[in-house]
Design a binder for this molecule. Structure first.
Ligand code: FAD
Length: 582
């Protein structure tokens, strides 16, 4: 069998090694650059990223471990504050060093390596039994069969550049510099060599306002050296290749035809802020080699490869999108106390819970709890329980803690305080079409917060002026807050969906609401976690207190949301029917 691999990046080189090891007679790699060409700086592998590689090729894994550098602490520098948080183990390695290791393995195993060979026409590879597009984001293999692969590319909204600095950073540092033109973000991380990588990230507005848009590459780097001067100790920023670009998100309808297959960045991309592109590229190579070994019929093997990989790749793409959005909207959180800003950055992927952070860095969480509690009570303390047990003031109501439960048996009420704390205020959810009757009943029953359910109204009407809310405000006791219930449907977490929810929240705030309860709509509920994502935006972009109902079942889930400032109060789901079940 002859396999032609277009592209000698991590995906192509590692696949070639695996195929040769599996006994494929003729494996050729065509790479447009010379081996000495340098592109990109260091890549980071979070712990576990290379487990699959270690499992199939212990030798390459050992070489990567030796050539790079590992660390466990992450430093967060925002304005004048600096926080070190103990995290996962990470391993950084120069891209060149990684490629050298993979190239040497391929050479030893007898791969035909053709450097300096740019592929322009797939017809030149018609004699191969299988053509593999491992040629990165601008894949010529993909573009020559675009109709078959169905690629969709979307651009991120920020500019980034990947650079180097001649200094060995001790650990990964996230740097946020707030300038008169807007926020500049820099991420500095070790490579295991005498230099470190530096990625610079800035919004379109910052780009325009700072004048970067009109500068040539070298001018823009000298400008960034001044912006990051306090963090680079006067060292110059080094560059290789092109400088500034916007991230391109690539998804394809399919990754294979009967005799051609895409792997790595040619098939999909995931924003670099979760450090996963190289890992995905290598895992693709492993999965493809395994299917070709197990299934002699090439079209069937390619179909199986896509089947086993797609779900996992999409999970990473989704997580990467959340991480990218965090950095795109991080300006919202700059006024947070530095310790909460550090907590939030650590939890940004939404896959890491409060409990995870507490296990990784107990001392950080002890200090965080003490800060959270001291702020909530006004009394300094050194030891404090987790954030859900801190008292709160929500819309003017003093609450003993930050969890709530729905109590369907007592009408549509929300019980605030779990386990119910005697005397804690409760909130009534009132149906807009029975407002007068329900309002009187809620007042008689002693509810102290009235939440108007607006889910029956069209969004356009609500945006214009939320009906019934002014009437509720006028009739409810003046010293007690009113609020609104906004039901969110699937898709609510897109950029447009989130903006709409924030606009809705502003409209109810203008109509007198102090609190908003965000919950999934009954007919088209979003996936778990999406309501919380919208809550984060609403809470941090309006002055409203936000109560979130998003299927949370554990105190850890509530702590995760509250510690990160995504909610003021979380509704915990507790099904009576499940109580006491084994
Ligand atoms: C700023 C930044 C930071 C990143 N940080 C990380 C990180 O920390 N961790 C991580 O895991 N990933 C990271 N990545 C992602 C990672 O670099 C890519 O996902 C990874 O390189 C993909 O590997 P690949 O082999 O699929 O493609 P590539 O690495 O792009 O390799 C493709 C190869 O094909 C060659 N080629 C292209 N066209 C042709 C042609 N027509 N003929 C012949 N050869 C051709 C190219 O020269 C190249 O060598 C980062 C990316 C960026 C942009």
């Amino acid at each position: 069998m002859r396999v032609d691999i277009i592209g000698g990046g991590p995906a192509g080189l590692f696949l070639s090694t695996l195929l040769r090891r599996d006994g494929v007679e003729d494996v050729r790699v065509y790479e447009r650059n010379e081996p000495s060409a340098s592109a990109g700086w260091a890549v980071v592998f979070p712990e576990g990223s290379l487990d699959q590689l270690a499992g199939v090729d212990a030798e390459s894994f050992a070489a990567i471990e030796r050539a790079g550098m590992s660390w466990t602490k992450v430093e967060i520098r925002c304005r004048d504050s600096r926080y070190l948080v103990e995290g996962n183990r990470f391993h950084g390695i120069g891209r060149d060093a990684l490629l050298t290791i993979l190239r040497e393995r391929a050479t030893v195993l007898g791969v035909g390596l053709h450097y300096g060979h740019q592929v322009t026409d797939l017809a030149d590879h018609a004699d191969a039994d299988l053509v593999v597009g491992a040629d990165g984001l601008n894949s010529v293999v993909r573009s020559q069969q675009e109709a078959a692969f169905g690629p969709r590319i979307e651009h991120g909204s920020f500019y980034y550049g990947w650079f180097g600095v001649e200094a060995a950073a001790p650990t990964f540092a996230y740097i946020f510099v707030d300038t008169e033109w807007g926020l500049f973000q820099g991420y500095v991380y070790p490579s295991g060599q005498s230099w470190s990588s530096l990625i610079i990230y800035a919004s379109e507005e910052t780009w325009q306002r700072s004048g970067m848009a009109g500068m040539d590459i070298d001018e823009s780097l000298r400008f960034c050296e001044r912006v990051f001067a306090d963090h680079l100790d006067g060292r110059p920023i080094l560059r290789r290749g092109p400088a500034w670009t916007k991230f391109r998100h690539l998804r394809c309808d399919t990754w294979h035809t009967d005799d051609t297959v895409l792997i790595g960045d040619a098939a999909h991309t995931a924003h670099w802020s979760i450090g996963s592109g190289t890992r995905l590229a290598i895992e693709d190579a492993i999965a493809l080699a395994a299917q070709l070994r197990a299934e002699p019929n090439i079209p069937d093997a390619l179909a199986m490869y896509e089947k086993v990989r797609r779900g996992r790749v999409e999970q990473f793409q989704d997580a990467a999108l959340l991480s990218e959005r965090y950095f795109d909207t991080v300006g919202r959180y700059l006024d947070y106390d530095p310790i909460q800003f550090a907590y939030q950055l650590t939890a940004r992927s939404w896959r890491i819970s409060y409990g995870d952070i507490a296990r990784r860095d107990p001392d950080f969480i002890r200090r965080f709890n003490a800060w959270f509690h001291s702020r909530a009570t006004g009394t300094p303390t050194a030891i404090a329980p987790p954030p859900v047990f801190a008292p709160a003031v929500v819309g003017g109501l003093r609450l003993a803690n930050r969890v709530a439960a729905t109590v369907p048996t007592e009408g549509a009420g929300l019980l605030i305080g779990t386990p119910p704390v005697p005397g804690t205020p409760a909130a009534a959810v009132l149906a807009a079409d029975r407002l007068d009757a329900e309002l009187a009943a809620a007042r008689d029953a002693g509810y102290q917060l009235a939440l108007l359910d607006l889910s029956a109204h069209a969004v356009a009407d609500l945006l214009a002026a939320p009906p019934e809310l002014p009437a509720l405000r006028a009739q409810w006791p003046e010293d007690q807050p009113v609020g609104a219930v906004i039901a969110l449907s699937s898709g609510c977490d897109t950029v447009a969906g989130t903006e709409e929810a924030v606009a809705l929240a502003r409209a109810v705030e203008a109509a007198g609401a102090a609190v908003v309860l965000l919950r999934p709509s009954a007919d088209e509920p979003p996936r778990a976690g999406q309501v919380l994502q919208v809550a984060d935006a609403v809470r941090n972009e309006t002055g409203l207190a936000v109560v979130v109902e998003d299927g949370m079942r554990t105190l850890d889930a509530a702590d995760t949301a509250i510690a990160a400032g995504r909610a003021d109060l979380c509704v915990l789901r507790f099904d009576e029917s499940e109580a006491g079940e084994a």
